[in-house]
Design a protein around this ligand. Structure first.
Ligand code: HEM
Length: 406
């Protein structure tokens, strides 16, 4: 086992500018890489990443140092009954009847309100004017928190995500994340106490009323859950929506097809998740020594799983570097379930519990945006540039269009 000879280093500027070329080069090297600066083993082939997500020997104890300092203890680092009972508290709100009847109107309203701000102008930046706000506004409303605090939550979740992705241990980013933890606790704890006395029809009330094995969750426990939902539900869907438009604008024929047939939106979402995933890296910590292709990963070490690479494994996907809404090796009926072919929601017991909520947000958001922007195209002279290592997405998607109805 050696360091990959040709792929640029994960922490290098070349990698940050274009991880996809680097991923491609990795497939010519050994399947298991030791990264000295990150103090982590790295896997990137589809089967190895899928195994790390599914095999319980790969624990999520790493979230103890990755996320607990900023969120508190969350379901991401739990397993067994402790995990499944808490997960079951929020799962119904994110799928099926409850999602359709209670929260779809919230999603539709938030999309409309954001688009109303620019629909008559003929231009927009789909990241700054829409994607960045939409999912966070939705989750704040689902929790029954004050709508006037949308911007405040925006800042908090950006800081939390930066903390999570702080691979080079920038002290300013670390300090900002810890400040956010304190601010969010100061904000949330009094609201949680008040909500316990006045339960409503919202998701925060569900958490406040829930009993886990006969005891109510503590204020701190609920605050940690809310903190996770903001981060997990915000940045990811934000980057997915921006990525969808980035990819479609780069493939005008596919944009035309989706505009004409909106039932293709789930396909565009699934292919965007595969091609340009919002979360590129996820870590695991083996409970015991594990033999993988290429060597042994020792118990207690950190294993970094490169989702962005696995989703482009040539042994798994035909023409992996081609964005193709019509590809036949990425079925949409499973793309938002734990049987998904792409790995962008992970797999196994921690498979993204918000996947169907994200799908509903994307279906509504993309549909309304296409209606408002009949001839959308990239503003002249602009390109879509992606940024981020851990989570990744377009920095901006500046577009112009003829306002609908003119
Ligand atoms: C495109 C959008 C999204 C992507 C790409 C995404 C990605 C992921 C991934 C990769 C994981 C697994 C983490 C791991 O195994 O270590 C995860 C878990 C999770 N996601 Fe999402 N997510 C998205 C949307 C959402 C939304 C909208 C919510 C809810 C508001 C959400 C809430 C969660 C939660 C609570 C977990 C932890 C589940 C558990 O530990 O059992 N996600 N997500």
């Amino acid at each position: 086992m050696t360091t990959a000879p040709e792929a640029p280093d994960i922490l290098s500027p070349e990698f940050a500018a274009d991880p996809y070329t680097a991923y491609d080069a990795m497939f010519d090297g050994p399947p298991l890489i030791w990264h000295e600066a990150m103090r982590s083993y790295i896997v990137f082939r589809y089967d190895d990443v899928a195994r790390a997500f599914k095999d319980p020997v790969f624990t999520t104890d790493n979230y103890g140092w990755q996320l607990e300092p900023v969120h508190g203890r969350t379901i991401l680092q739990m397993d067994g009954r402790e995990h499944s009972v808490r997960r079951a508290l929020v799962a119904p709100a994110f799928r099926g009847q409850e999602l359709r009847e209670k929260f779809l109107p919230v999603i539709e309203r938030n999309a409309r309100e954001l688009i109303d701000r620019f629909r008559h102008t003929g231009n927009a930046d789909l990241v700054h004017d829409f994607a960045r706000h939409f999912p966070i506004n939705v989750i704040v409303d689902m929790l029954g928190l004050d709508r006037s605090d949308h911007e405040r939550f925006q800042r908090w979740y950006t800081s939390i995500i930066a903390f999570l992705g702080n691979l080079s241990q920038d002290p300013d980013i670390a300090a900002d994340g810890l400040r956010t933890r304190d601010e969010l606790a100061e904000y949330m704890i009094p609201i949680i106490r008040e909500r316990r006395e006045n339960l409503g029809d919202d998701l925060l009330s569900t958490l406040c009323a829930a009993e886990v094995d006969g005891t109510r969750m503590s204020d701190e426990d609920i605050k940690a859950f809310v903190s996770l939902l903001l981060a997990a539900g915000g940045e990811t869907t934000d980057k997915a929506i921006a990525g969808i438009f980035g990819n479609l604008l780069a493939h005008p024929d596919q944009l035309r097809a989706v505009r004409a047939d909106r039932s293709l939106i789930p396909r565009v979402f699934a292919e965007t998740l595969r091609f340009t995933p919002p979360v590129h890296m996820i870590m695991r910590q083996p409970a015991e020594d594990v033999e993988l292709r290429g060597g042994v990963v020792p118990a207690g070490s950190t294993l970094t799983c490169l989702i962005g690479a696995a989703n482009r494994d040539p042994e798994r996907f035909t023409d992996p570097h081609t964005f193709d809404v019509f590809r036949d090796d990425l079925p949409t009926d499973t793309a938002f379930s734990a049987a998904a072919q792409h790995l962008s929601f992970a797999l196994g017991r921690h498979f993204c519990v918000g996947a169907l909520l994200a799908k509903a947000e994307v279906e509504v958001g993309v549909d309304q945006l296409l209606d408002a922007m009949p001839d959308v195209c990239l503003t002249e002279g602009q390109t879509v540039v992606e940024q981020g290592l851990f989570t990744r997405g377009p920095v901006s998607v500046p577009v112009r269009f003829t306002p609908a109805g003119r």
